[in-house]
Design a protein around this ligand. Structure first.
Ligand code: GRF
Length: 190
């Protein structure tokens, strides 16, 4: 079976991108990284790994989200991308893009979904008195953070934990979880 051609969408530091690049890419191959933020640190990580890295600045499109996504989609189609993985990509995608990539669009979220969709997940896990926390890799659907779960990694919340310590430990889990789930998806789709 040939490796699936993967694009990673980022907006920032790209530590998950780095984990995906470092992992053994036997089921997938990262061939493209796109950032919607110029100078995102993750772009440099991609270039150092010899992967094509582009900026598509959403600000240039004003309020026209779909125009931004049409150009994004064109860049992906032009390179024969088969799977799109969001890794700290801070734009909500419209139904246009989500439908175009249904079943092949995946995201990592720093909570044990369905708990704590959206932002500030570590603060909310603490405020809710949760005893465990973690990360989820899921397919992207129109409703934010609500798609089919591919995999999760969990850990206990300690009495001494703060949002910062949780963020640090969850990120470590993410770096192990994402490559495993992406490989799983790549093996599953035809
Ligand atoms: C991660 O916590 C991920 O779960 C969330 O955004 C963060 C991205 O971090 N979606 P990085 O850019 O991969 O370091």
């Amino acid at each position: 079976m040939s490796k699936k051609r993967v694009a990673i969408l980022i907006s920032g530091r790209g530590s998950n991108l780095q984990a995906l690049l470092n992992a053994e890419q036997d089921a997938y191959e990262i061939v493209l990284v796109i950032s919607n933020v110029p100078d995102a640190a993750g772009l440099e990580r991609a270039r150092e790994a010899g992967v094509d890295a582009l900026t598509l600045d959403h600000k240039l499109y004003g309020k026209d989200r779909e125009a931004f996504e049409r150009d994004l989609d064109n860049s992906l189609v032009l390179r024969d991308i088969e799977i799109v993985a969001l890794a700290g990509f801070m734009r909500v995608l419209t139904p246009f893009f989500v439908r175009a990539w249904a079943g092949r669009l995946v995201n990592i979220h720093p909570s044990l979904l369905p708990k704590h969709p959206g932002t500030k997940t570590h603060e909310r896990a603490l405020a809710a008195g949760d005893t465990e926390h973690g990360a989820t890799v899921h397919l992207v659907v129109e409703e934010v953070d609500a798609g089919e779960i591919i995999g999760q990694a969990s850990m206990p919340i300690l009495p001494s934990d703060t949002p910062e310590t949780l963020a640090e430990r969850v990120l470590q889990l993410e770096h192990e979880l994402y490559p495993r789930c992406l490989a799983q998806l790549a093996r599953k789709i035809s």
